[in-house]
Design a protein around this ligand. Structure first.
Ligand SMILES: Nc1nc2c(c(=O)[nH]1)N=C([C@H](O)[C@@H](O)CO)CN2
Length: 118
């Protein structure tokens, strides 16, 4: 299985359970592993045969700029389901972390793995 990975992808979004978190965007850090539907690009060297990772970051930025999630759980689930359906990936791992939100904890978050149901 071939995998595209994106590490320490930082983006801004409204996230959290508290009233201030519904108004003030926070930086979150995403780590993604995206299984590829095909390894064709390894032979052809054509972007049309690849999963274009720049489209993934654009789509995530667009999703997160238009929505507020209360929980990191729902944020990661929405990203995972979008990647499985829109990018035809068979399997995805999504981690999302908040930075410096609890004293003494540099990063905290959640990591989920999801597979496409055929
Ligand atoms: N399991 C979770 N616990 C908590 C979350 C969360 O998203 N998932 N969020 C918060 C608050 O929004 C907090 O991060 C604000 O500092 C608390 N617990």
């Amino acid at each position: 299985m071939d995998i595209i990975f994106l590490k320490e992808f930082r983006t801004q979004t409204l996230i959290g359970i508290y009233p201030w978190e519904k108004k003030i965007p926070q930086t979150i850090e995403l780590d993604l592993e995206i299984a590829l539907p095909s390894s064709r690009a390894c032979q052809t060297d054509h972007i049309d045969d690849a999963l274009d990772y720049s489209l993934v970051t654009e789509r995530i930025n667009s999703m997160l700029s238009n929505q507020h999630f209360s929980l990191l759980e729902t944020l990661t689930e929405n990203i995972a389901q979008m990647i499985l359906t829109e990018f035809n990936s068979p399997w995805v791992k999504v981690s999302a972390a908040k930075l410096d939100v609890i004293q003494g904890v540099k990063k905290l978050g959640i990591c989920i793995q999801r597979s496409r149901k055929n």
